[in-house]
Ligand binder design. Structure first.
Ligand code: LLP
Length: 403
C-alpha cells in the first residue's frame, strides 16, 4: 500500500523504476538480527538477491556477513562495507582470476563445490604463499519443495559435491598444503516456505557433521545456506518473514557442538518486500479475446514471472488515489476513490518483442487508462539485479523512500 503522498511523488517521475522502502528494509533486518541473535546464529546476506549499493550499505550496517557468488560480488560486498572476514564465496565455476582476487582480499571462506576446485584453490594459494579457508558445499539430496528452476540440492543439480564423492574430498583435504578446513556448507533451494524441508536438511547436516568428525576433521562452521521464502500474495499484510520460526527449526534440529558456529545465507527474505517495480500504462489494447495492459516495464526490468512463472501482486496505484472532482462524493456522502471503477481483466504485458513478456494473464484491475501507475510488488529480490539490456532498453532507475 502506498500513501497518496508517495503516489503523487511517483506521478512526477519518469518510469519504470524500482522503488525501495528503506524503512521496511530496516524493520526486516532488525527482525532478522533479533531472531538470529537469540541463538547466536551468524547471518550472511546473499549479495546476488540485490546488490544495489544503497541496499547493500543499509544491510551491512546491521553487522551481517556477505555471501557472494562471483569475484565482483566479493568486491561489491567489501567495497559496500561488509567486513572481509565475514565474506564467503560460493559458486560452481569460480575462475582462477576470481579465486586469486578472493585470496588477495583474504575473505573468511571459500564454499568449494568440487574436488577439482579444492586442488585449484590449494595450488593458487600455494603460489601466493597463503592459506585458503575452505568449507565443502555438499549436495545433500534434500527436496526443497519449491519451483524446480530454483531447486539446488538434488542429485540432478550441478551444485556442490555429491555425498558418494566425500571420500575423495577427505583425501584431497589430507593431501592439501595450503587449505584450512572450516566446515560444511549447504544450500538446497530458494523460496522455501515449508519448514519441514529445513528440518530434513538439519537431519542431513547432523549425519554429515558426524561423518567428517569420525574421520578426524574438526568442523567449526555449519553453513546451512539460505532459501527462506516470502509471501508474494499478501505484500501489505505479511511483509516481514517469520524469522523466529525459521531459526527455531535449526535450533531445535541441528546438533551444534561447543565451538561450532551456525551460518546462514539469506537473500530473498531480507530484501524481497522492500521494493516494487513502478511502471506506467502506455496503451490499453482491447482485443476480441483479451484486453492487454501494455506497460513501459517488461521482462528486461523484472524477469521472474517469465522465467519461473513467479507470482507478483500487480496494483493499479493511480486508482488508489481519491477522485478529485465534484463527483468525488457518492450518494451516501462517502469519498470515492478511482477504485470504485469497473473491474476489468487484463493480460499485463511489457513492450519487449517476445510473447513471453507477460507479467500475468487475466489480472483483475480497476479499469485502467494510459498514464496510470502500475506497481508490481515484492520485487526487491532477484529484480533489479536480473535486468537486461535486451532490445537496447534504458537501464531501469532506482528511487528510495525518504528515510
Ligand atoms: N546461498 C547460495 C549458495 C545460493 O545459491 C543462494 C541463492 C542463496 C544463498 C540465497 O538464497 P535465498 O535466501 O535468496 O533463497 N533468481 C531466483 C532465485 C535464485 C537463487 C539462487 N541462489 C528467483 O528469482 O527466484
Amino acid at each position: 500500500m502506498f500513501s497518496p503522498a508517495t503516489i503523487n511523488r511517483f506521478q512526477n517521475l519518469e518510469t519504470p523504476f524500482y522503488y525501495y522502502d528503506l524503512n521496511l528494509l530496516k524493520q526486516t533486518l532488525e527482525a532478522c538480527r533479533t531472531a538470529s541473535a537469540k541463538y547466536n546464529f551468524h547471518v550472511h546476506y546473499a549479495m546476488k538477491a540485490n546488490f544495489n549499493p544503497k541496499v547493500v550499505s543499509t544491510i551491512q550496517a546491521y553487522g551481517f556477513g556477505a555471501d557472494s557468488v562471483s569475484g565482483n560480488e566479493v568486491r561489491a560486498a567489501i567495497e559496500g562495507g561488509f567486513s572481509k572476514d565475514k565474506v564467503v564465496f560460493a559458486g560452481v565455476g569460480k575462475s582462477d582470476k576470481e579465486i586469486n582476487y578472493a585470496l588477495e582480499a583474504d575473505i573468511f571462506c571459500f564454499n568449494v563445490e568440487s574436488v577439482q576446485e579444492l586442488a585449484i584453490i590449494n595450488d593458487l594459494a600455494k603460489t601466493k604463499g597463503k592459506t585458503a579457508r575452505v568449507a565443502i558445499r555438499i549436495n545433500p539430496n534434500v527436496d526443497a519443495n519449491t519451483h524446480h528452476f530454483i531447486t539446488t540440492g538434488l542429485e540432478e543439480n550441478k551444485f556442490g559435491v555429491d555425498i558418494w564423492q566425500l571420500p575423495n574430498v577427505a583425501d584431497a583435504l589430507h593431501a592439501s598444503t595450503n587449505l584450512e578446513f572450516m566446515g560444511i556448507h549447504f544450500h538446497i533451494g530458494s523460496q522455501i516456505t515449508d519448514m519441514e524441508v529445513f528440518k530434513n536438511l538439519c537431519v542431513k547436516v547432523n549425519e554429515l557433521d558426524k561423518w567428517f568428525e569420525e574421520r578426524g576433521f574438526t568442523i567449526k562452521v555449519l553453513n546451512v545456506g539460505g532459501g527462506l521464502g516470502v509471501d508474494y500474495y499478501n505484500p501489505d499484510t505479511n511483509n516481514i518473514p517469520d524469522f523466529e520460526s525459521y531459526f527455531k527449526v535449526f535450533n531445535d534440529h541441528l546438533i551444534v557442538k561447543p565451538n561450532q558456529e551456525v551460518h546462514f545465507e539469506l537473500g530473498r527474505a531480507l530484501v524481497a518486500h522492500s521494493a516494487s517495480l513502478i511502471s506506467r500504462v502506455l496503451y490499453v489494447k482491447n482485443g476480441l479475446k483479451k484486453n492487454f495492459l501494455i506497460l513501459d516495464a517488461g521482462m528486461t526490468e523484472l524477469i521472474r514471472p517469465m522465467l519461473y512463472q513467479a507470482y507478483h501482486q500487480i496494483d493499479n496505484i493511480s486508482s488508489q488515489l481519491p477522485v478529485m472532482s465534484n463527483e468525488s462524493v457518492n450518494n451516501n456522502g462517502e469519498l470515492k476513490t478511482q477504485n470504485s471503477k469497473l473491474m476489468t481483466k487484463y493480460d499485463v504485458v511489457g513492450p519487449i518483442c517476445e510473447s513471453t513478456d507477460c507479467f500475468r494473464k487475466d489480472v483483475l484491475l480497476p479499469e485502467s487508462v494510459r498514464g496510470n501507475l502500475i506497481a508490481i510488488r515484492t520485487a526487491g529480490a532477484y529484480g533489479e539485479v536480473m535486468v537486461s539490456g535486451y532490445n537496447l532498453r534504458d537501464r531501469v532507475q532506482s528511487v528510495y523512500s525518504e528515510e
